[in-house]
Design a protein around this ligand. Structure first.
Ligand code: PNS
Length: 162
């Protein structure tokens, strides 16, 4: 199981995601971050912006050798297209569990060949969520502890000064 796919909305990518990617990268010979189009979630950033910001954030964090792609449809189809054997997700608090459990079982039902693998969040990022970062940024708060500076800049230009 050499290739893993790490899917998500990444709206935008945070230090929490980057920490998971860094650790997953050590276990798998190849890691593909897959940004979902997800029209239901009404993202702040367009799909193209999220892909670019993810690439930029990885570069800024010195993480090389991680491919960034996007998909519109079922995750398992994207995983198949990339020859992945594992689906990587991060787990923060208990509250993540129900959703992740449901998603892992749905994915297993759709495609039993993929194994879902969960990484416990780093303690200092356990509260971190893209939605929280957007809220803080929307009120002009400092998000430099939460996201790389390229993402911080993009948030500022998207949400404007308050
Ligand atoms: O960062 P998110 O929004 O929690 O990520 C959720 C994501 C994108 C991994 C999940 O919603 C997804 O894979 N959606 C694509 C459609 C799909 O495959 N659904 C079946 C599994 S629930």
């Amino acid at each position: 199981m050499a290739i893993a796919i790490y899917p998500g909305s990444f709206d935008p990518i945070t230090y929490g995601h980057i920490d998971i990617a860094r650790r997953a990268r050590k276990l798998f010979s190849k890691l593909v971050i897959a940004v979902v189009a997800n029209p239901h979630k009404n993202p702040l950033f367009t799909l193209e912006e999220r892909v670019l910001l993810t690439q930029e954030a990885l570069r800024e964090s010195g993480l090389n050798g991680i491919e960034v792609t996007s998909y519109d449809g079922l995750l398992v189809e994207c995983a198949r297209a990339h020859g992945a054997g594992a689906i990587v997700r991060g787990l923060r608090a208990n509250s993540d569990f129900e959703y992740e459990f449901q998603m892992a079982l749905a994915n297993r039902d759709l495609a039993p060949e993929f194994e879902s693998v969960f990484f416990m969040t780093a303690g200092n990022y356990s509260f971190l969520a893209s939605s929280m970062v957007k809220e803080v940024a929307s009120y002009g708060g400092n998000v430099s502890n939460f996201v790389p500076s390229s993402v911080e800049k993009a948030l500022r230009s998207k949400l404007g000064p308050k």
